[in-house]
Write a protein that binds this ligand. Structure first.
Ligand code: BTN
Length: 248
């Protein structure tokens, strides 16, 4: 086992991302997981904050030191996203979709998110920090209207430990497969769960919004968009939303 070989539980921290960064810099081995009951400065993607009331979410970060070519590491969060989706499905009994790059949706609502940061040493990867937040609260009142929780979807309270126990072995299996394949692992499991795939979508990249048809993802996890002139563009970062319907 790599992922979960050591687990540190904290009552409170600024962010589990900060804890892992600190431990990574002090030379800690990969596979370490930090779980917190509460984060005072929880972070989401694109500089957003990630807010969860104490005890109402599984909040964890994992230290990884993947020995794969640096250009393959962008696909790692997508592979781990499949493992998170499977764990959510097991805990909730519902199907979980993946919205590129890494939102987890149940019935179109966000149930969990993944934040990844990477540090290089020279041209090689020193470490990757993978942060996972999974909503577990019993009530929609504690969540934005676009979100749900595993417990709400399951129809019963899912404990954080139950969620963690479902999550870590799946992350471990997927991570070891990724390493064994030098990062060239098949992403078809991801595509099978992809929200909006084949549909007209908008990708917001920096301050530009680009419309096209979402035709797939590439081996590095980039989103492939077919433009109106039938050329294909690949996005490595951005926000995906469903696009406007065209007149028939
Ligand atoms: C997103 O959807 O924007 C990603 C959210 C990631 C949230 C998790 S909670 C545990 C870890 N610590 C953080 O500060 N963020 C991640």
């Amino acid at each position: 086992m790599i992922v979960g070989r050591q687990i540190i539980h904290l009552a409170q921290t600024t962010s589990t991302m900060d804890e892992i960064e600190r431990l990574a810099r002090s030379g800690e081995m990969e596979g370490l997981v930090v779980v917190a009951d509460f984060q005072s400065l929880g972070r989401g993607r694109s500089g957003r904050e990630w807010v969860a009331r104490p005890g109402l979410a599984l909040l964890c970060s994992i230290l990884l030191r993947p020995e794969v070519p640096a250009n393959m590491v962008a696909a790692l969060p997508l592979h781990l996203g499949v493992a998170v989706a499977q764990a959510i499905e097991e805990a909730s009994g519902t199907s979980c979709k993946l919205k590129w790059p890494n939102d987890l949706l149940v019935r179109g609502k966000k149930v969990a998110g993944i934040l990844t940061t990477s540090r290089l040493k020279g041209n090689a990867i020193d470490h990757v920090t993978v942060g996972i937040g999974i909503n577990l609260g019993p009530s929609l009142e504690d969540l934005p209207s676009s979100a749900t929780s595993v417990s709400i979807e399951a129809g019963e309270q899912v404990a954080r430990q139950t969620m963690l126990d479902a999550l870590l072995p799946r992350l471990d299996r997927r991570y070891r497969a990724f390493i064994a394949a030098s990062g060239q692992l098949d992403l078809s499991d991801w595509s099978d769960r992809a929200a909006f795939l084949g549909e007209r979508v908008v990708v917001e990249d920096a301050d530009r919004k680009v419309q096209g048809r979402y035709v797939g993802i590439d081996q590095q996890g980039g989103l492939k968009l077919e433009m109106d002139d039938l050329s294909t563009r690949v996005f490595v970062v951005g926000e995906l939303t469903r696009g406007p319907r065209l007149p028939e």
